[in-house]
Every structure is written in C-alpha cells, then in structure tokens.
Design a protein. Structure first.
Length: 524
C-alpha cells in the first residue's frame, strides 16, 4: 500500500487529500505510475526508483521511504529545500547524491539498514548537510570514519544524535571529540579497539554506547561526561575502569557485562548514587566491589552472574532498601550471609550453579520474594520455613541432592512453577495437593516410586514432567482429574500398571486410560 499524509503541490488529486502537502509516506511501495500531473496516484508494493519529477514537491517537509527497494536517489531530491525529515531505512542504497547538500532545512536523516559503502566511509555529502540534528547510519557497511568528521563541530553545530551501530568501524578519529553538542552517540556492534582520548570534550552526552566492540581500555577523560545517564560497555575486553568515572554521578545504569574485569576502583559505585541497575556479570570478580553498603542505596537490580565470588559480605545489602532483583548465578558461594533475613525488598533471587549445601532457616524473612532459583547446588534439605514465603510464585530446586521435601511446601499457595528435576526424591509430600495455583510441576530424573493421590486436586496444572524415574511403576488414577493438563512427560518410566501399547501412544492416551480404568470415570 501507499500512505499519503497529504497531496503534494503540483498534484491535483492524490487519494482525495488536501492539495498543499507537507508530508508524504511511501512504505513498501512499487510505482506503476508516478505522474505528478495526473489525476490519480497508483501504487503497489515496494518502489525501486524515485522519478525526477519529485523536484516539484517543493513544499514537502517530511518524506519517508522506508522498506522499499531503492538503490539510488535522483539528483532532483536536492530541490526539496524545505525538507526537514528524510526516512530511507531498509532500502539498498550504496551511495547518496551530492545534491543532498542543498537541503538546508534537513534536521533528521534515517539511513539505517542500507548498503552504504562509499569507499567504506560515511558518504561525503553527509558532512555538507549543515542543519542536521539527527543522523542514523546503523547497519550499513561503513568501516571507517574520516578525520573530517571534526568539521561537524563547525558546520553541524546542532548535531545531537549520531547512530553508527552495527557497522564495521575499527577506529574513530580524534576529531570526533569536537562534536560538542552531541547528546547521544551509539557505536555498539562494531570493531573498535580504542576510544579517542579526548572523548570527554563531548560534555553534553547523555548516552554513550560502546557495547560489543573490542575495547581494551577507556580513557580517563570519560569522567568529564558528567551528564551521562547511560554508558554501554558490555562485551568488550576491558581489564580496568578509570577512577574518573566516579564523576559521572547522573549514571542510572552501570553495565560492564562480558569483559575481563577483576575489580573496580574503590568506592566507584558508592559515588554513582543515582544508579538503578548494576551488571557485573561474566567477568573475573572474586569479591564484591569495595565501597560497603552505601554503594547499593538506590539500586533496584544487581547482576553478578558468572564470576568467581565465594562470599556475600555481611550487611552488604543492609541499605539496599530498593533492591528487587539479585542474580548471583554461576559463582562459588558456599553459604549466604547471616543477615539474609534483612533483604526485605527482594522479589527475585537467583543462586543457581553455586556450591550451596543449605539455605538458612530464616529464608522465610524474604516476605516479598516471588522467584527463588537455587538449581545446580548441593542442597540436601529444604528448611521447613520456606512454607512461610506466601508470595513465592516460582521455586527452582533442580539438580540438587534433595531426598525429601518438607510438608510445609504445601503452604506455598501462590506457587505457579515448582522445579525439582534431577534430585534424589523417592516421594512427594501429600501436601503438594494444596498448591492450587500450580501450573508447571517438574519432578523428572528422581527416584520416585509413586505420585500422591492429592495431585488430582491441581486443577490448574498444565505441565507435568516425571520422566526418567526408573522406579515409577504406577500413576494415581486421580491424575485424570487434572483437567487443565496439556503436557506430560513419562519417558523412561516403567509404568508396569499401564499396558505397553497405551504408554507407547503417549501422554494423552495414558490419561484416557486412567480415566477409563479409575474410579472417577463416572464424574469425568
């Protein structure tokens, strides 16, 4: 289809719209006719060219040509001297006409997802559009940025946003530090090895994104970017962070996931007192950063997954009254601190893949906890106090050494998902039938010999995994009462009570068998 936001000057009729147009959108179009003096505008999907008569649309202020098959633009586009916004993303453009320099009112140009590769540089005409405020060049074939980008400080005095993500840029010229009006600078998914030393001159920056590059260090001058609220450094090769970053007190997110960091400058995080999110995952930390409890006062989310941390310091979260999510997965923890009961605001706690042998008895003091993941540890028992965690919706205890569960687990009335795969359970407590909101139950790869009859009261149960229980010979007839059951895994369970031809037919046939053979067939 073709969407016209108005008819253009010079077109007597276009879809019955007003005559003096300021905007035109041509999404996924293919022209059969583009006669600006005809009485009809006809279009089908995906245009491959723009006719020279576009020059007659001199009053046009916005032109959007997204998702077409354009390989070039006509030189006549330079006649659109009132154009302020030009959208060309998701086409096949390899270059731009010099006439774009005539667009003296152009404020924003969107060239994302094209094939720009003019000598592997940003097309030179871009540097001549002196009124630009926003420039999108994401996902092209640009491999380098020329030194003359520094001219932007002379001619592009209004440039506020520059998007160069997902290109193949290996270095930035020092002159990029001259872009003093820049607010947003996006460079993720390139091949950058370094950052210009004077990047700190871009003091208006609020967002700076270097994620997924090959940076080994960042300059001290970064600390001069005191207006930064977001700094993307994920997935680089950083071994250190400059202490000067402590001056970036407006930062709301500190994310250095996927680097080679083993420590942070002392008191760095405590200086960044507006932080909401901290992500130190997939690094080489062996301990929490130095700075005490004050460093987490404003934080709502901490991710320290996949490090080598063996201890959570006592009282480290004593002032973290807003902390809702804590991820310590894939570390070397052997125990939790004695003050774990003070983590009152915690909603999600991930302790998976550590070396925990027990959970503290006062774990129930985490009264707001909704998700508790302790899979792949060495737990042999679960404290009975867990039954007091009334808001718990997900409990993941897979791959531990549990032999029994406390009866109190039946008090978890809000529980939706219970994962007990790969333990040493020989039975489930009858109180499991009290989990009336349970939707997903996973008890495969245990030593179960039977399931409790009370499982039939789980009317909301949709998923039941009990595969690979080599001693499970029978299923309770009450299982047929689980009217919401959609998925049931019984692979590698002997089930001698059920004829082989029935089990071979899969879970649905097994349920039918239980219905027909059990005492509940008259009520089903």
């Amino acid at each position: 289809m073709c969407f016209g936001l108005g008819s253009a000057e010079g077109i007597p009729e276009m879809q019955g719209k007003p005559k003096h147009s300021t905007g035109l959108e041509l999404f996924q179009c293919m022209f059969l006719s583009f006669d600006f003096f005809a009485s009809k505008f006809e279009a089908l999907f995906q245009i491959s060219s723009i006719p020279s008569t576009i020059k007659d649309l001199v009053q046009l202020t916005e032109l959007f040509l997204y998702k077409n098959k354009l390989t070039t633009l006509p030189p006549e586009i330079g006649h659109l001297v009132n154009l302020r916004k030009l959208g060309l993303s998701e086409n096949y453009l390899t270059s731009l006409p010099d006439s774009l320099a005539s667009l003296i009112e152009l404020q924003a140009i969107d060239l994302r997802h094209n094939r720009l590769n003019e000598a592997s540089n940003i097309p030179h005409v871009i540097y001549e559009i002196t009124s630009l405020e926003t420039l999108w060049l994401r996902y092209n074939r640009i491999t380098s940025v020329e030194e003359k980008i520094g001219n932007l400080s002379l001619f592009f005095q209004k440039l506020k946003m520059l998007d160069l993500r997902e290109n193949k840029i290996q270095m930035l010229p020092e002159s990029v530090a001259s872009l003093s009006c820049l607010l947003v600078f996006l460079l993720s998914y390139n091949h950058l090895h370094s950052v210009p030393a004077d990047i700190g001159n871009c003091t208006e920056l609020t967002q700076l994104d270097f994620q997924h590059n090959e940076l080994t260090e960042i300059p001290e001058s970064l600390g001069s970017l005191v207006n930064l609220t977001r700094l993307g450094l994920r997935y680089n090769k950083l071994t250190s962070i400059p202490a000067s970053l402590a001056k970036c007190v407006k930062l709301e997110e500190f994310n250095v996931e996927g680097n080679n960091l083993s420590r942070l400058p002392d008191n760095l995080l405590s200086s960044l007192n507006n932080l909401l999110t901290i992500n130190l995952s997939r690094n080489d930390f062996t301990a929490f950063p130095q700075g005490g409890s004050v460093q987490f006062i404003s934080v709502t989310n901490i991710n320290m997954e996949h490090n080598q941390i063996n201890k959570v310091p006592f009282a480290i979260f004593s002032r973290a009254t807003k902390l809702g999510k804590l991820n310590l997965k894939e570390n070397e923890l052997t125990s939790l601190p004695l003050d774990v009961s003070s983590w009152h605001s915690m909603v999600e706690l991930n302790l998976s893949t550590n070396q925990l042998k027990f959970l503290p008895d006062d774990i129930d003091q985490l009264q707001n906890l909704e998700v508790l993941i302790v899979s792949n540890n060495f737990l042999k028992r679960l404290p009975s106090s867990v039954g007091n965690m009334k808001k718990l919706k997900e409990l993941d205890l897979e791959e531990n050494e549990l032999e029994t569960l406390p009866n109190e687990i039946g008090f978890l009335s809000s529980l939706v998902k219970l994962s007990l795969q790969s333990n040493k359970l020989t039975y489930l407590p009858r109180t499991i039938g009290n989990l009336v909101n349970l939707v997903d139950l996973r008890v495969g790869e245990n030593n179960l010999t039977c399931l409790p009859e009370e499982i039939g009261t789980l009317e909301n149960l949709k998923t039941l995994y009990m595969n690979d229980n080599s001693s499970l010979h029978t299923l309770p007839f009450e299982l047929a009462l689980c009217s919401s059951l959609e998925i049931m895994s019984i692979e590698n369970c002997p089930l001698s009570q059920i004829p082989p031809e029935i089990t071979a037919g899969g879970p649905s046939l097994v349920i039918q068998f239980l219905k027909m053979q059990g005492p509940y067939r008259t009520v089903l």
